[in-house]
Design a protein around this ligand. Sequence first.
Ligand code: HEC
Length: 156
Amino acid sequence: MRRIAFSALVLCVVSLQGCKATAPGKVEGAMMTKAKHTMFIGNKHASNPIPYSAQSVVDGKEAFSHYCVACHGMDGQNTGVPFADRMDPPVPSLASTDVQAYSDGQLKWVIDNGIAPSGMPTSKGILSDDEQWQIVLFLRHLPPAGSLGEPEMYGK
Ligand code: HEC
């Protein structure tokens, strides 16, 4: 039984590599995401100093609307962002289980530092620590996809 499970695993790995030749983006993306979670993104144990309240989520939404919306949409789920799928790696939905699996501290770290060399920029010098933590609260309480309309800048 063990043996079967093991060969299934090998098959899996081999076929993943098979995929890699045809669709490098997807497979590498998934592997990168794993690698990022385990070793790259710091600040895992920091907790959010801003207590939850309806008002702090609104504040987070406001801070988010300054420039995150250009790539992540008003709702953090890419609504109305024309190039979201074409970036490499693509812009993820911030409501996805992968993103929500980060700790609050890690989300803050991502916002603060960005992810080089992908398109995710740093917020250093643009957003204060408080604003970044408010955004983390907003990310934990994202509205339903599409409910906030589309970013104005794309003029639809
Ligand atoms: C220029 C486009 C752009 C802007 C502006 C932008 N992001 Fe991103 N963001 C990305 C891309 C592309 C990724 C995917 C990066 C990756 O997987 O390496 C990403 C990923 C993320 C992630 C998930 C990271 C992960 O490892 O999965 C979070 C959280 C995030 N962004 C939050 C924000 C917040 C909050 C802001 C505003 C302060 C913001 N982003 C501004 C493009 C952008």
